[in-house]
Design a protein around this ligand. Structure first.
Ligand code: FE2
Ligand code: FE2
Length: 442
C-alpha cells in the first residue's frame, strides 16, 4: 500500500472515530450510561478504534477553533462533531490520541470527563487507549488575553447547525421518506440546553439573520422561537428538546410538495407531515400532533378539519402562534415584514385565534428582538445600542443613545432604560433593529 493510500485510510479512520465518539456523546447527553443506546454507541466507538489498524495504530485528533482536525485536515463538520469540539475546548484539551488499548470502560469514563466540563490537569490526562493533551501555555495566555466569546456566538452556532440539519432533513424526507432523528435530537437538545442558560438570547439570530433568504429559514426560526417560548414550561432540557423537535418538524410535510406547486397544495402539508413522521420508528406523538394541528384553529377555521378528536394541545398552540408571527414579520421580496405590534394584532384578528391569547402572551414575554450589542432605531428616530435586555420587558431594553432624532451622531452618548418610556406592555419604542455585521456572515 502506498503512503498516500495509508494516509487516506488514516483520515477516513479518524473521521469514523470522531463520528462514533460524537454519536456516543450525543446518546449519553440524553440517556444514563446504563441505557442500551449509550452502551451500543460506546461499543461501536471502541470497535472503530480496534478495527484492523492501517498506517498508524494510534490516531491523534486536534481541536482548532470549534472544529476537529486530523493532521491539518478538517474532520466532517456536523452538529455532533461541533459540540464535541466545544466540549474539548471547555475542558482545555488541545487534542486527543486514541489507541487500540481503548476499552468500553475507558470510553465511558472519557465521555464522563467530556460531560463534566471541568478543565483537565495541566499535565494532561491518560485513560486506557485515550490520551488527552492539555492546552499549551500560549493557548492559556491567549484565553486570558482575549475577552470571552461575545454572547451571541453560541446562538449563531446553534442557528447554523439547525439550518444544516433542517436542510438535510427536508432533503431526506422528500427523497426517501426517511429522516435522521439522531441529528434532530442532537440539535434540539443543544438548543434546549442553551435556552435554559441563555433564555431569550437564543432568539436573536432569527431576527437579524433572515435577510439572507434561506429555503427553510422559516422552520428554523419557528423552532428557535418556540423553544425559547416553551422553556419556562419544561422541567428540564430533555423535555424542552421534545417540544423543540416537534416545532422543528412542524412543516416537514412541505418536503413532499414540489416547490412550483407548493402554494396550490399548501394545505396538504399537514397530512403529508403525519405520513412522513408516522413511518419513522420511535417518533414522538407530540411531533405528529404539531405537524397535523399547527394550522387548526377554533370554530372550524384553518385546516385540516378536526379528525377523530385530534386537537391542538398547548405545544401546538405555541407553535401555531409562533408560526404565524414568523411568517408575518418575515421580510417579503418587495417590502419589509410587519412590526411586532402589527403582527400580534393581525394574529388576534384572525378568526379562530382569539382563544390563543395565552400562547401569544408567552411569545411576547420571550421576544428579544434586539439582542445586546445590536443597534436599534427608536420611534423618535434616534439610534441606540442595546446594552442589556430585561427578562420582564424584553422589548424595552437598557440602551445607549448614540445619535439625535435625525440620526446624526451625538458628542456625549448617554444611557437610558426604555422601561421608563410609555406604559408597561404597550408598543415597543424600538422601530427597527439594524443588522450587525457578525450576523450577516452566517
Ligand atoms: Fe405549516
Ligand atoms: Fe410553518
Amino acid at each position: 500500500m502506498s503512503d498516500l493510500d495509508k494516509r487516506v485510510r488514516d483520515v477516513e479512520r479518524a473521521e469514523e472515530l470522531v463520528r462514533c465518539l460524537a454519536a456516543a456523546l450525543s446518546a449519553r447527553r440524553i440517556y444514563s450510561h446504563e441505557h442500551p443506546r449509550v452502551k451500543k454507541a460506546v461499543r461501536t466507538f471502541v470497535s472503530a478504534i480496534r478495527a484492523p489498524a492501517v498506517g498508524q495504530p494510534q490516531i491523534c485528533v486536534t481541536v482548532t477553533g470549534h472544529t476537529l482536525e486530523y493532521e491539518g485536515m478538517p474532520i466532517t463538520d456536523n452538529t455532533a462533531t461541533l459540540r464535541l469540539a466545544m466540549c474539548l475546548e471547555e475542558i482545555r484539551c488541545s487534542g486527543v490520541e486514541f489507541g487500540t488499548g481503548l476499552t468500553p470502560e475507558s470510553a465511558a469514563d472519557f465521555l464522563e470527563v467530556l460531560l463534566r466540563g471541568e478543565p483537565i490537569p495541566a499535565e494532561g490526562m491518560r485513560l486506557p487507549g485515550v490520551q488527552l493533551f492539555p492546552w499549551t501555555k500560549e493557548e492559556e495566555e491567549e484565553e486570558g488575553e482575549f475577552p470571552p466569546l461575545p454572547e451571541f456566538d453560541v446562538p449563531l452556532l446553534v442557528y447554523r447547525a439547525a439550518l444544516d440539519v433542517l436542510d438535510q432533513t427536508m432533503e431526506q424526507a422528500g427523497a426517501k421518506n426517511d429522516i435522521a432523528m439522531d441529528d434532530i435530537e442532537e440539535v434540539a437538545l443543544w438548543t434546549a440546553e442553551e435556552s435554559f442558560s441563555r433564555g431569550a438570547q437564543m432568539v436573536a439570530p432569527t431576527q437579524v439573520v433572515r435577510q439572507d433568504k434561506h429555503t427553510w429559514q422559516h422552520s428554523v426560526n419557528v423552532f428557535l422561537i418556540s423553544t425559547a417560548v416553551l422553556q419556562p414550561f419544561a422541567k428540564d432540557p430533555r423535555e424542552l428538546a421534545r417540544f423543540g423537535q416537534a416545532a422543528f418538524l412542524h412543516d416537514i410535510g412541505k418536503s413532499r410538495i414540489p416547490r412550483e406547486i407548493l402554494q396550490k397544495l399548501m394545505q396538504r402539508h399537514t397530512e403529508f407531515g403525519v405520513e412522513i413522521l408516522a413511518s419513522c420508528p420511535d417518533v414522538d406523538p407530540l411531533a405528529l400532533e404539531v405537524a397535523y394541528c399547527h394550522h387548526m384553529r377554533d370554530g372550524g377555521h384553518g385546516y385540516p378539519k378536526p379528525f377523530e378528536g385530534i386537537r391542538p394541545g398547548p405545544v401546538s398552540d405555541v407553535v401555531q402562534v409562533v408560526d404565524m408571527f414568523e411568517a408575518l414579520t418575515a421580510p417579503r421580496p418587495y417590502k419589509g415584514g410587519l412590526d411586532v405590534a402589527e403582527a400580534l394584532k393581525t394574529i388576534l384578528k384572525t378568526p379562530g385565534m382569539q382563544t390563543k391569547r395565552g400562547a401569544m402572551g408567552l411569545l411576547v414575554r420571550r421576544l428579544t428582538l434586539a439582542p445586546p450589542g445590536s443597534e436599534v432605531v427608536l420611534e423618535t428616530g434616534e439610534h441606540a445600542i442595546v446594552l442589556h435586555t430585561h427578562d420582564d420587558e424584553p422589548l424595552r431594553p437598557l440602551v445607549r443613545f448614540i445619535t439625535d432624532v435625525k440620526g446624526v451622531p451625538i458628542d456625549k452618548p448617554f444611557d437610558a432604560d426604555l422601561r421608563q418610556y410609555g406604559v408597561q406592555g404597550s408598543r415597543s419604542p424600538i422601530r427597527k433593529v439594524l443588522l450587525k455585521p457578525a450576523y450577516k456572515a452566517l
